[in-house]
Design a protein around this ligand. Sequence first.
Ligand SMILES: *[C@@H]1O[C@H](CO)[C@@H](O)[C@H](O)[C@H]1NC(C)=O
Ligand SMILES: *[C@@H]1O[C@H](CO)[C@@H](O)[C@H](O)[C@H]1NC(C)=O
Ligand SMILES: *[C@@H]1O[C@H](CO)[C@@H](O)[C@H](O)[C@H]1NC(C)=O
Length: 764
Amino acid sequence: MFYIYNILWLQLVISAKSTLERANRTTCVPGFESKLLIFRVSREHLRPGMRLGRVDFTDCTDHTIFLFSTDDSRFGVKADGVLVVIVLHKGLENFFIHSWDSHGQRITVPVSVVHSEHHHGHNNGHECGKHHHEDHTNIQHRSTNVDSANHTEVVPVLQFPKSGRGLRRRKRAGWVIPPLNVPENQRGIYPLKVAQIRSNEDKTWRVFYSLTGPGADLPPAGRFIMDKQTGNLYVTQPLDREETAMYTFEAHAVAEGAGQDMDPMEIIVNVIDQNDNKPYFTTEYKADVAEATAIGTEVVRVEAKDDDEPDNLNSDLRYRILNQDPPLPTDHMFEINPITGTIRVTGKGLDREKYPQYTLTVQAADMAGEGRTGQTKVILTVTDSNDNAPVFTQKSYSSTVDENKKNVVVVKMIATDEDEPQTPAWNTKFKIVSGDSDGLFTLKTGTNKQEGILSTAKELDFERVSKHTLLVSVENEIPFACGVSVVTSTATVVVNVKDVNEAAVFDPKEKLVVKPEDLAVDEVIVQYSASDPDTARKQKVVYKIMNDPAGWLNVDKDTGLIKVRRLMDREAPFITNNRYIATIGAYDDDAVPATGTGTLIIQLEDVNDNVPVIKQHEIKMCNKDPAPQLLSVTDKDGPEFGPPYSVSLQDMSKTHWTARMNDSRTGIILNLATELHSGYYSVILRVADKHGLEQDSIIKAEVCDCRGEDVMCTQRVGFGWLLCAKLCALLRKGEQKEPTSKDNIFYYNRDQSREDDQVNGHQF
Ligand SMILES: *[C@@H]1O[C@H](CO)[C@@H](O)[C@H](O)[C@H]1NC(C)=O
Ligand SMILES: *[C@@H]1O[C@H](CO)[C@@H](O)[C@H](O)[C@H]1NC(C)=O
Ligand SMILES: *[C@@H]1O[C@H](CO)[C@@H](O)[C@H](O)[C@H]1NC(C)=O
């Protein structure tokens, strides 16, 4: 769209100053007639070409046309002062209009364009009343005819400033040449005249004009040319705003014979946009839209581009959906925001199972939807939402499981779902709703995600509950989509518990009794009985010893009464920490008997049934100044029946030996009382525990011919030791009879083999 008047706003016509003007100079002030111009419009949208009114200006001469410029390119002021809309826009606008007086002084006035529904009345009393009423929107079309003037005669005339040193000063004072506006893609016969340069000097001198700058003498050279004589500025070819939006030239004037050049004048040419570019999309669009998407939900946003001038009608785009494929279930499943390009769901009935994909053809059109167009495709894939519930294939299930079995599968249940397989909207999740308050069962999803597996979590007890009725439900891994009404499927599972033969159970499982170790044979230790949990069966329980390491126990087959079979002994090897452990079994008389076991722990109380014993059997010592020998005493009984011990020498040993307990009374200090000949001697020691339970022990003493602690036995004679066979026999029986004979003396080898040779000189 192009308006010829775009090039007409800038007019400066210089003519002879009138006498009238000169005469009235003192009273006239150049400028706009008001300090603020207000233009009222009755509609919000201002269309290009619309005339808003007239701007009155005087430079205190008789001129009626002036050079105007605006600082808002969407408005233009023609040379006759008519304010016109250039580009569509809306709403309140504030901007400035400038003009210049005959001295090149710039004068500025602020302007408001106000949208007002009620514009019928004259706005009396307003300082700018003239402007806001005189012209408004309803005269817009008049402009077209008025303005389509013969452009060969109506072009801007740019007046050269006065020559010489004054330029800078004048510039500073506000001498500004407004830019020229030349539309791009202009049709016509080139070169086209676009402006004229003039200098006042041409009345006195012959003036030559020229043009420099990119687009004139510099690349892209030759687009603009200037007639040397007339100062006419021509464009030589159609311009392209998208290539070059603005040209900046210097115009030069040389007065022949004037002696000095005039300062160059800057000329700016703005290339006015035309709608020579189509909108275009850089891509096709793909998006997913879930079946259950709520109406109004944004799906995707498209965006087109237009290379025409931004913020210009030529690039003002509007979007439309041209086509929806398939047009089902309605042809209006989606809508697009014409301004933003946002596509939203607008129709009901998105259904992946029926229409898995939509292809939209979207158009963008410039000129606010009226101009040139570009298209793209938007492919929308409908994705599954959880709009179908999984359903049990059976309403009820029933199964039988043995009692007392944990982690056994009770039943497998299948559920089906219409949603997309292997998605969370299809995968199932099973739940026990009721009937399992004791947590006896677990319900898990099978690996195929469509199977519920019910198992026992604990042992079931037939005798307690022989039949369980469970209510189970199935849902998906994700919740059902909002807005879909589906019912959660449930099923009933009846679990019958099968009775199995159970072993009798001892009570308690481990029984501890405390008994003296010397409990007599056939004495009762304890009754340890078991009961059979199979209450539904008539069964008899019989008892049996299952483990009795020392063979000390008897159990009554029918009653479970346990008695002593052989004397027990706290000091026996099977005892740890005074405890004897036995296992008792209880059998039922079922065809397949079940055995229960119980553990009987007998804690044995100590009895003084062991005499103290000397650890050492042999000693060796010198016959002169011998070192005393320390002999250890032990007693297998507990501390109750042990130390302090006492010791005494028996018989002949008293003559030659001394013996006493050490300080703790756990060791015997034995020494020689007299010097003996070297040889072997038997020393009889009687040791008693603290309760007086005593025993005689014989120590074999080798006495050597030496002195002190270092025992040196040189003689090789005297193997063996003297022993009265009778005495020995007596001692072995623990009797304390005096030996009656000392005739029969036996002789022992070092290797303990008995010899019958008699040895004299060896005495007790
Ligand atoms: C000066 O100009 C004004 C209007 O601008 C006019 O009314 C007045 O008569 C003029 N005076 C002379 C002396 O011409
Ligand atoms: C332009 O104006 C000239 C001179 O006034 C005239 O001869 C010519 O016909 C006009 N052209 C158009 C297109 O009006
Ligand atoms: C007494 O003798 C025994 C056995 O040799 C020993 O263990 C204990 O320490 C001795 N007591 C003292 C007080 O020497």
